[in-house]
Design a protein around this ligand. Structure first.
Ligand code: NFS
Length: 662
């Protein structure tokens, strides 16, 4: 048996199980490092997942531990044959569990957004001088979009008003939050009728947690209503504030060529990775690494320079905004540490596995937590202060240089670098299609109407060691573009596609004729990278704009669009899914879905919400099946809009064009 074929044996007397890392990842760099970790005797999320079977009762969301009469388990063939000690049914239990996922996910995004707003307030009042308003045009557009007067006023006055308005996204006790003004009126009508227009996120999350306490809301229909309301307070509230304020302070992303993969680590430089979500630490670090004093220190230690890379959503934020290379997505975190080349890992909040501290100890990497909300036992805490954004980065750089000079571990860097175009924003899509003087979504809608583009799909979300890393993202997206579906991406998914080379304009050859023609005319790849997971709000704004421009119906639920998170793992993904569904989009998740099929709660999510004028959930673990579920939905929407004929019309193919031009 060749070395390549030899299965990996995880030695655990009781749970001994053969695993082959090639079944766990389709990322060659991650595979190389997993083999190294195994040879070094270290575990990873992949081996831990292989050793620990998911609890089948929990996977179905059929257990309740919301009080201490239980935990209760409703695990039987007929989930209605049992109830909890309090009498809670499977529908109540699963809906409450789902609701708590939505609350936690929504809290993560909205707290991130509120942190950005705090900094914006301090910048506007001149109490933070390092950060400035960098995109005044965006400030004016956002202010005008929520009814703030902009004509003849100073930037400072507009910014003060914008801060005060956006604070209501969190604190609004009664009445609608500001970004409801951006929702297509007919979609808003659906929400008003359903009673799910969000008030401030704090109120919605608080109410959702209250309702899921023992003995409160015990009607799954009513719980799901509050799930939608809370999730909408995230998508059209907290996440949207996070995106818009980040653009105003740090610049709206514009397409730029940037690199992804572990090959961007440099053996002869001090390597620093920033991992987490909020852009503040990264922005401070970007400024600090080019400080001459730090560069001199690094050179004095024998390094050629300081090399800064991103990971997960922190990395996705700066990939498009600044072109900083990205080391890898969520499940690659431990393998990246195993290169031995990472001198410091600075983290803030969310998606930071506790195991990173142990991996870091094995490979001599220093881990720094920087946010008071997120400390990890065994990591060094260097707190980041917005009023002194270079303070913590300077300290981290100092300690990274120390580690560089004292490196003792063997370094092995997978030599793969993948280049692509990153940094599409909905503003840029507007510009690229219409040009500077005719900025507009009309050409996009026209190309959907004439059938060159069949529809638009958002493929987003995490990677998860329970499924083969990147594989589902890549196969799903390839099938979609082959069928003329334009794909937009955020989060860890876009890193998977970037590694597969689909963010290069020449990836258009993999697209169907119509989409290929549009991509070649405009000069874009068939897969557009939009940023981090809070930047899913860019997708919402784009959907609202597609409705506003006209020709594709008058509600988001009329559009020929669909969404998917094929390898999700986080509660934030559940919250995103729920706000996208409530907004009107058919959204399919892979891996697992926390419900029991055949229950009333499951049926509400997978069918009932659509009957109320919203979108619906779907589930599949097969990427090709998932693609065709999305395509069928897109075709159904096209047919309802009377656009099916256009698709059947033969398009002017690339072959025809070559003949005509020849
Ligand atoms: Ni999104 Fe970002 Fe990645 Fe998943 Fe985690 S980094 S917010 S949750 S794992 S895509």
């Amino acid at each position: 048996m060749s070395d390549e074929k030899k299965p990996v044996v995880i030695v655990d007397e009781k749970k001994a199980k053969k695993v082959d890392f090639r079944d766990m990842t389709s990322c060659p760099s991650t595979l190389q490092m997993l083999k190294k970790m195994e040879a070094d005797g270290n575990d990873s999320c992949f081996t831990r997942a292989a050793e620990m079977k998911p609890c089948p009762i929990g996977a179905d969301s059929a257990c309740c531990k919301n009080c201490f009469m239980g935990p209760c388990r409703l695990n039987s063939k007929d989930p209605y044959s049992k109830v909890g000690v309090c009498g809670a049914t499977i529908d109540t239990i699963a809906a409450r569990n789902f609701a708590r996922n939505v609350a936690a996910g929504g809290a993560a995004h909205t707290d991130h957004g509120m942190g950005m707003l705090d900094v914006f307030r301090e910048v506007v009042h001149g109490r933070i001088s390092h950060f400035k308003i960098q995109d005044e045009k965006k400030l004016l557009n956002v202010a005008a979009s929520i009814g703030i007067a902009v004509e003849g006023r100073t930037i400072k006055d507009i910014a003060i008003d914008l801060y005060e308005e956006l604070e209501r996204t969190y604190t609004q006790v009664e009445g609608e939050i500001p970004f409801m003004k951006r929702v297509p009126p007919k979609t808003l009508e659906v929400w008003r009728k359903a009673g799910i227009v969000p008030r401030g996120a704090m109120r919605e999350i608080m109410e959702l947690m209250h309702r899921t306490h023992m003995g409160v809301d015990q009607d799954y229909n009513n719980i799901v209503k509050q799930c939608s309301r809370t999730a909408l307070a995230d998508g059209w509230g907290g996440s949207m504030v996070a995106t818009e304020i980040s653009d105003i302070l740090f610049g709206t992303p514009q397409p730029r060529v940037a690199g992804v993969n572990m090959g961007f680590l440099k053996e002869d430089q001090v390597n620093i990775i920033i991992h987490g979500h909020e852009p503040l630490l990264f922005e401070g670090m970007i400024a600090a690494v080019s400080e001459p004093a730090n560069l001199d220190k690094a050179k004095a230690a024998g390094a050629k320079g300081i090399n800064l890379l991103g990971m997960c959503c922190s990395g996705a934020e700066v990939l498009g905004r600044h072109g900083i290379p990205h080391a890898g997505n969520f499940v690659s975190a431990e393998p990246i540490i195993a290169t031995g080349a990472v001198d410091a890992l600075g983290v803030d909040v969310q998606c930071i596995m506790q195991a990173l501290v142990k991996s870091a100890a094995c490979y001599g990497t220093k881990v720094f937590t920087t946010n008071p909300r997120a400390m990890i036992e065994g990591a060094t805490h260097v707190e980041f202060h917005e009023h002194d954004p270079l303070g913590a980065p300077n300290q981290i750089i100092g300690m990274a240089i120390e580690r560089f000079s004292g490196r003792t571990v063997k370094i092995e860097i997978p030599q793969r670098q993948d280049w692509g175009v990153h940094g599409f924003s909905h503003e840029y899509v507007n510009y690229m299609l219409g040009g500077r003087f005719r900025e507009s979504y009309v050409p996009l809608n026209d190309n959907i109407v004439n059938g060159r583009i069949r529809g638009v799909a958002a493929v987003v979300g995490c990677t998860n060691p329970r499924v083969k890393q990147d594989y589902l993202h890549v196969e799903l997206v390839k099938e979609l573009i082959k069928n003329n579906v334009l794909v937009v991406q955020t989060g860890c998914s876009q890193i998977a596609l970037a590694k597969a080379g689909l963010m290069k304009p020449d990836a258009a050859v993999l697209a169907g004729e119509g989409l290929q023609e549009v991509c070649e005319t405009v000069g874009i790849p068939p897969v557009l990278s939009l940023g981090s997971c809070v930047d899913n709000s860019r997708i919402l704004i784009a959907l609202a704009e597609m409705v506003r421009v006209g020709g594709l119906g008058d509600k988001i639920s009329d559009l020929p669009v669909a969404g998917a998170a094929p390898e999700y793992m986080s509660e934030k993904a559940i919250c995103i899914g729920q706000y996208v569904v409530a907004s009107g989009v058919y959204t399919i998740f892979g891996v697992t879905f926390p419900t029991v099929e055949g229950t009333k709660f499951h049926d509400l999510l997978f069918n009932g919400l659509e009957e109320q004028g919203m979108g619906k959930w779907g589930f599949s673990t097969d990427p090709i099946e998932m693609a065709h579920m999305m395509i069928d939905h897109i075709d159904k929407k096209r047919a309802a809009l009377g656009l099916s004929e256009q698709r059947e019309r033969k398009l002017f193919s690339m072959e025809d064009r070559r003949v005509a031009e020849g």
